[in-house]
Design a protein around this ligand. Structure first.
Ligand code: SAM
Ligand code: SF4
Length: 827
């Protein structure tokens, strides 16, 4: 008999403190996932609760003990219901307090420090093993060692779906511990000495995140800019070098890091801020105090002056950088004058935001034993004054963004319907309206206003983008590449484990044309993605293509063709994108559309009215457009959605605008309107107009509304039911008969014989859609049989492959045609 599948165990991790704890909590969940632990949202449902704790200030660690009190009660409740609960304490409180925790709260089963997370499954196995022992022999498991082995080497990577579910932004710990020993701080004791993860390990984790769709990574470290991970040659690489390397990872659009120490701000890191568009112009650089006397007592290793000079150097490299920081008020011995200097440095350095703290004496730190502890009410008052000043500075920075166009990473849906939420480069929350498919992209947003904690704006359209004042861009990394005209293309090797996913990076010379190429809200790229099953990720003037080799190559040809059209000064819209995709799918030469056109191999007929330029999207459309130029009588027959009437109206509009004709007559057999619905209220025009609406719509698409209205009032444009054509000679005109399958034989003959001098007739219809009373024979079907082959008459036939409406329309047409064919066979 096989063993029953073990029930999944439910895990709840409660995280306190900094971003590094957030990262650590995810990694603990990753370590436990292969052992059957699934995260749950409610603490009451959990079989295992881990408190991931923070020891930085007294308040933070005291919170842990009150939570442990609640967990004790929860455990009793669960045990009464025949369930159990394992309680674990992780993080800096665990590291600092160790055994003391189980002494204060004996219900705790497991205490483990930040360096032991990879051992968590083993530690839990020990807890479970101890449960089986006699109560007298049972002891909680405590592990606060600093092990020899590299924790990160042993922590498993989460499954891709798990990373995807965690969103578009991610933390990545690159460094732990601190050697600075600021006199107020417990970090060097709880997290140990500075240790950096090897460069390759960090890059691999970043690639894995980017592959799961993460667009922004925040590098974490207690003292992140002290990073010195070894490279392949055993040489230490600094944070600057790491940023350069990360900026080459495809898909990764934004890099941030936190928290930095002023003494570790290396030149290379400042240069990275100058060079890398992906490195966000936001820097968290704590100063703690503005008074040299206090800075020295804090053992900060920088002075007020050296800090301000450093900020000036960083601003020279990246003028728009938004500065953030940490301040402590009420450090032992801080006088009113010292505090005034803190207020003045905050103003002078020009912080855009900051975190402010009252000094909290931490056991074991040098400052906790200093004389001159500042009374609590004084700390409270100073904190309030500093907070008020920082709030004003934050507000004035946000106000300075109003009216600017900022690239916003759109991360999620907003609170209101149709709203989206994202972050500016300066880490500000931004809300704007837009379609959900923009989530994951970086879009230019004009900032319109600020509310309490966020900015609101509107997404800038393509037409406006050329005048955008801020656009994110990345220099092209040097690599083997091919250049054709204004396009640089470079093959990016696929990851070793994914040989079916080649990548190609295209870089377009002209940012303005690149924006037009992508379309409003990147709609042109979205169509290419949908139709060719590729991923097309824009970043500035670069597009990265991912997918199967053939489709990636087709997408390249589509983009290159469209870009060349733009370079030739031709406008493109979504219909052109569709046309070029169809052309590329049906032609396997490696040439672009303009080159094929020049060689006469492909003809993409164009109709240019004053309002719109229409390019043939399928070969049948191309033939139809050319036939309208040549023949006097053209039939366009085939399913709905193939553009027959639309193109006919466009053709008529150009001839009228050119003065080749002096009238357009648009007609439909309004059988229902004229005969069956005669009881409708209103005069004849009011009754008939709704049936002619599609013809009006086509007219308004081609011509300016004033021109259409003037034309109709003056009789130059006539939209009328077929019955109105009787007895007239239609000279110097383009006469269009739409829905012609619903003419009777007599009506069709009457219509066709109205053709006068210097005129053209275009008859459109779908012979499979006849809707005539009493099964009468269609005049269109008859005419097609009688007139085929007569000189001066052209018949263009469209099929489901020419449907240019929604992709579903083609499939619907095919389904109906298939059913008709089967019915025909059966009968
Ligand atoms: N490594 C960073 C740096 O060099 O400033 C600081 C990291 S520390 C985890 C975060 C912040 O907590 C510090 O910048 C400091 O402002 C604050 N902090 C640390 N110890 C504190 C204490 N004993 N009392 C009040 N605030 C404290
Ligand atoms: Fe603490 Fe930061 Fe100072 Fe290190 S540099 S001791 S983490 S405040």
């Amino acid at each position: 008999m096989s063993n029953p599948t073990p029930q999944p165990k439910k895990l709840f991790i409660k995280t306190y403190g900094c971003q590094m704890n957030v990262y650590d909590s995810d990694r603990m969940a990753d370590a436990l996932a292969p052992h059957g632990y699934m995260p749950v949202h409610e603490i009451a449902d959990a079989d295992l609760v881990v408190l991931n704790t923070c020891h930085i200030r007294e308040k933070a660690s005291e919170k842990v003990f009150s939570e442990l009190g609640r967990l004790k009660e929860l455990r009793a409740e669960r045990q009464a219901a025949g369930l159990d609960l394992t309680i674990g304490v992780a993080g800096c409180v665990a590291q600092a307090e160790g055994e003391e925790i189980v002494r204060r709260v004996p219900d705790v089963d497991l205490v483990f420090g930040p360096q032991s997370y990879h051992r968590l499954p083993d530690l839990l196995a020990r807890v479970d093993g101890a449960r089986g022992l006699h109560a007298a022999l049972r002891a909680p498991v405590v592990d606060t060692d600093f092990p020899e082995e590299d924790k990160f080497e042993h922590l498993p990577a989460p499954r891709k779906e798990v990373t995807v579910s965690r969103g578009l932004t991610a933390f990545l710990t690159v460094q732990e511990g601190c050697d600075k020993f600021c006199t107020f701080c417990v970090v060097p004791y709880t997290r140990g000495t500075e240790v950096s993860r090897p460069l390759a390990q960090v890059l691999e984790e970043a690639r894995r995140l980017a592959d799961a769709g993460v667009r922004e990574i925040t590098l974490l470290g207690q003292n992140v800019n002290a990073y010195h991970g070894l490279d392949g040659a055993g040489r230490p690489a600094g944070l600057g070098e790491l940023c350069y390397r990360l900026s080459e990872i495809e898909g990764l659009a934004r890099i941030r890091y936190t928290t930095s120490h002023p003494a570790d701000m290396a030149d290379e890191l400042i240069e990275a801020h100058r060079d890398l568009g992906a490195l966000m112009p936001y820097l968290h650089l704590p100063v703690q105090s503005g008074s040299d006397r206090i800075l020295q007592a804090m053992n900060r290793k920088h002075t007020r002056q050296s800090y301000l000079e450093l900020v000036a150097r960083i601003r020279a490299a990246r003028p728009d950088i938004a500065l953030s920081g940490d301040f402590i008020v009420g450090f032992p011995g801080e006088t009113d004058e010292d505090f005034e200097q803190t207020l003045s440095i905050a103003a002078e350095a020009g912080y855009a935001s900051a975190f402010t703290f009252k000094y909290s004496p931490r056991p074991g730190t040098p400052a906790s034993g200093l004389g001159g502890q500042v009374p609590e009410p004084v700390k409270v008052e100073r904190l309030a004054r500093l907070n008020a000043q920082i709030a004003a500075q934050t507000r004035s920075f946000a106000e300075s963004c109003v009216g600017k166009v900022l690239p916003v990473l759109i991360e999620k849906k907003g609170r209101n319907p149709g709203q989206l939420g994202g972050r500016s480069p300066y880490l500000q929350a931004v809300h704007m309206d837009g379609p959900e498919r923009l989530i994951g992209g970086i879009h230019p947003v004009e900032i319109l206003a600020l509310s309490n904690n966020s900015l609101s704006g509107r997404i800038v359209t393509v037409a406006e983008r050329s005048s955008a004042r801020v656009v994110e861009s990345r220099p092209v990394p040097p690599c083997p590449a091919t250049r054709s005209k204004g396009i640089l293309s470079r093959h990016v090797p696929p990851p070793a484990d994914n040989a079916l996913s080649p990548q190609l990076e295209l870089a377009f010379d002209d940012n303005r044309l690149a924006a037009q190429l992508y379309g409003d809200f990147d709609q042109n790229l979205a169509l290419i993605e949908q139709r060719l099953s590729v991923q097309a990720t824009p970043r500035g003037n670069h597009v990265m293509l991912k997918g199967a080799a053939q489709e990636v190559d087709q997408a390249r040809r589509v983009l290159e063709s469209l870009y060349e059209l733009l370079e030739e000064g031709r406008a493109i819209d979504i219909a052109n994108v569709d046309a070029v995709i169809r052309m590329v799918q049906s032609d396997d030469s490696q040439l672009t559309l303009p080159t094929l056109e020049k060689k006469g191999k492909v003809r993409m007929a164009q109709i240019a009215t004053r309002k719109a330029t229409i390019v043939a999207r399928t070969p049948a459309q191309d033939a139809y457009m050319r036939a309208m130029d040549r023949a006097e009588l053209v039939f366009g027959v085939g399913p709905a959605g193939t553009g027959k009437t639309y193109l006919a109206v466009a053709h008529a509009a150009t001839l009228l605008e050119r003065g080749d004709i002096n009238r357009i007559i648009l007609s439909r057999p309004a059988v229902e309107a004229g005969e069956r619905l005669g009881f409708l209220p209103g005069d004849m025009k009011e009754k008939v107009d709704p049936y002619l609406r599609p013809l009006y719509d086509a007219l308004y698409d081609m011509m300016k509304p004033e021109a259409v209205e003037r034309g109709i009032t003056s009789g130059i444009i006539e939209v009328a039911p077929l019955a109105f054509m009787r007895g007239r000679t239609l000279a110097n005109a383009v006469v269009i008969l739409d829905e012609a399958q619903n003419t009777t034989s007599m009506q069709m003959k009457m219509f066709l014989t109205r053709l006068g001098e210097n005129s053209k007739m275009i008859v459109t219809g779908d012979p499979t859609q006849v809707d005539l009373p009493r099964g009468e024979r269609s005049g269109l079907v008859e005419a097609l049989g009688l007139l085929d082959g007569i000189e001066g008459i052209h018949i263009s036939r469209f099929t489901d492959r020419d449907v240019v409406r929604h992709a579903l329309v083609g499939r619907i047409v095919r389904a109906y045609e298939g059913a008709t064919a089967k019915g025909d066979r059966a009968s």
